[in-house]
Design a protein around this ligand. Structure first.
Ligand code: AGP
Length: 615
């Protein structure tokens, strides 16, 4: 996703912005640029490719007291320097960076062209930049009114779509303006300097004092002050938050990749997600932020989960677990589908959004749609202060620490851990017995150590992965609780190795997918002990009979017939409620090592963004 860093204050704009852009690289991008205010006008430097290329182009020229910068994830227009941000208005007055999509930019361009403005790019952003310049040129100098701020607000009132922006004006060397609608923007308050950024990762090296802008808010910054208004000029009281996580958590340390680091952090992230969340009698979970009491929760007669991507797979795990242990009917919807589907729901439905970033625009839009219809909403989220966290009626923070790798790993196991705890909590409010609750709590508490054990198989899994790195197709198959993990395994493999992988319920093979089976299409079977183990093996036999390679990930102690699996990876035997967590670790390592073997960029896979803030 696009990243923004704006700076005003001491003579170090260039270095703060380049450092900030580097910290936003994980969001995914294809070009970058900076614009710095100088006496001679706006000095702009843009490059396609990595931020390192922009940094090389800047050389030692990292000063300046006012600047804006951007990493672009292309929505409108090819990946070219001309389309990279910042954009400067054709009269040279205004520079702008933007995250989001302006849906009515074509009409803007037509109007502005008639007014004599010209365009150098194919982007929607340049239309907004020229529109601000147009209003600025027309805005009279009125005592007590800020001409630059007025022109930005007037322009934003014409925008249909989403934006997070930072803007500067050649006539206003002491002013920086930011605004947001649908794309996050955070204000960092420093000593003699202030920073705007798309997320806190980009500014915690300068300050931990932050203000989260809300939709339709505009912030006016100087080097030692700021004020926030709405787009319609109403003043807004700012709330200053402290970023409480350690910035070192967002650094690579001794690992080769963030994805590797985050896979190996899972014993800790799972531990952190459970910390302080079990009852004194050890029979249930305890959550502080649901803002729903036991009686209200007992009234809930249906739960609807909303999410995208990997988070959506977490919802599918939650569906199995909550229906199994709390006996509450659960529905799972892709957020992007729910928000436009006008689904009939009854008033006792609880809506839960799951989102690692807390900024995914489809999930945010679905959450707002549910709220608009009066439903109680919760969020399971890994980003404190994120928009989804702030707009839900209550929620559960994952406390998994910043997840930088585009492919979600520790956030996923953290989500399914919390969903298991939620199933326990809801079950113990209904008819799950004390004994069953105690057994589940014990099983959950053992998970970090069991994950540690599985991670010790890293080298073995790497060896297996290398055998399958040259295939261009792969199936992941599992039954019941293993079906969502099969989907997750397929998504992990496809998004970082670019192998075409699909996940199916194992029994579905016979209804079409088995036609894909040949020596060129291996299948990964997720076969945990339990009532469907033998049926999973039967499905594996069907693949084997058609010369398909079989990789079996199974629980220790399971009896796998000789000659059935070409490769086997075992995970510790465990309570069924934690099987999804343990079975996820091998598929994460498998996809990581396949991608490495194929020379792929595991942290910044092509075309992908860490947080999708455009529809
Ligand atoms: C997962 O590996 C992907 N990066 C992607 O599917 C991601 O899970 C999805 O975009 C949802 O993101 P969120 O959890 O931040 O809402």
């Amino acid at each position: 996703m696009c990243g923004i860093v704006g700076y005003i204050g001491r003579d170090r704009a260039g270095s703060v912005m380049v450092d900030g852009l580097k910290r936003l690289e994980y969001r995914g991008y294809d070009s970058s640029g900076v614009a710095v205010w100088t006496e001679e006008g706006i000095k702009q430097t843009k490059r396609t490719g990595r931020v390192a290329e922009l940094e090389a182009a800047l050389g030692d020229d990292l000063g300046g007291t006012l600047g804006i910068s951007h990493t672009r994830w292309a929505t409108h227009g090819d990946v070219t320097e001309a389309n990279a941000h910042p954009h400067t208005s054709s009269d040279g007055k205004i520079a702008l960076v933007h995250n989001g999509v302006i849906e009515n930019y074509v009409g803007m361009k037509t109007f502005l062209t008639e007014k004599g403005y010209t365009f150098q790019s194919q982007t929607d952003t340049e239309a907004l930049c020229n529109l601000i310049a147009y209003h600025y040129a027309k805005e009279p100098e009125v005592a007590g009114k800020n001409r630059f701020l007025e022109s930005v607000r007037k322009s934003l009132r014409h925008v249909e779509g989403t934006y997070g922006i930072a803007a500067l004006c050649t006539d206003c060397p002491g002013e920086l303006i930011g605004a947001r609608k649908g794309s996050p923007l955070i204000l960092g308050l420093g000593e003699g300097e202030n920073i705007l950024a798309s997320d806190a990762n980009a500014l915690t090296h300068c300050t931990r004092n932050v203000v989260y802008l809300e939709d339709n808010e505009v912030v006016h910054l100087t080097d030692d002050d700021f004020s926030i208004t709405t787009v319609s000029s109403k003043s807004v009281e700012a709330v200053i938050h402290q970023v409480d996580w350690d910035t070192s958590e967002a650094e690579l340390g001794d690992y080769d990749h963030f994805m590797q680091k985050e896979i190996f952090e899972q014993p800790t992230s799972l531990e952190n997600g459970m910390r302080g969340r079990f009852s004194d009698d050890g029979s249930t979970a305890v959550f502080g932020g649901l803002n729903l009491n036991s009686q209200e929760l007992r009234q809930v007669d249906r739960i609807l989960f909303l999410a995208c991507g990997t988070a959506w797979h977490s919802c599918l795990v939650a569906e199995y677990l909550i229906e199994r242990f709390a006996r509450i009917p659960v529905e799972v919807e892709y957020a992007s589908e729910f928000r436009y589907r006008n689904a009939p729901l009854d008033k006792n439905t609880l809506v839960i959004a799951i989102s690692q970033s807390g900024e995914t625009i489809d999930t945010l839009g679905a959450l707002r749609e549910a709220k608009r219809k009066g439903y109680r909403t919760l969020a399971i989220n890994n980003s404190v202060g994120s928009t989804i966290a702030r707009e839900s009626d209550g929620g559960i923070y994952q406390h998994a620490g910043p997840e930088i790798g585009v492919a979600s790993t520790k956030a996923f196991t953290s989500q399914i851990m919390i969903c298991a705890m939620l199933a326990l909590y809801l079950g113990r409010l209904r008819d799950l017995s004390y004994g069953d609750g105690v057994a589940i709590v014990k099983a959950l508490k053992k998970v970090p150590a069991q994950v540690e054990e599985i991670l010790k198989q890293n080298e073995k899994i790497a060896t297996v992965a290398k055998k399958y790195a040259s295939y261009e197709d792969c199936l992941f198959l599992g039954r019941q609780l293993m079906f969502p993990i099969a989907l997750e395994g397929a998504l992990k493999l496809k998004e970082i190795s670019y192998i075409h992988a699909e996940g199916y319920p194992a029994a579905e093979m016979k209804h079409g997918p088995i036609a894909l089976i040949s020596e060129d299409c291996p299948s990964v079977f997720l076969a945990t002990s339990g009532e469907v183990f033998s049926k999973s093996l039967a499905n594996a036999q069907e693949v084997k009979a058609r010369k398909g390679k079989v990789i079996c990930i199974a629980s220790e102690g399971c009896d796998i017939p000789e000659g059935l699996a070409d490769d086997t990876i075992l995970v510790p035997e465990c309570h069924e409620i934690v099987q999804p967590i343990l079975m996820t670790i091998p598929i994460q390592l498998f996809s990581y090592h396949v991608a490495l073997e194929r020379g792929c960029d595991v942290d910044k896979p092509r075309n992908l963004a860490k947080s999708v803030t455009v529809e």
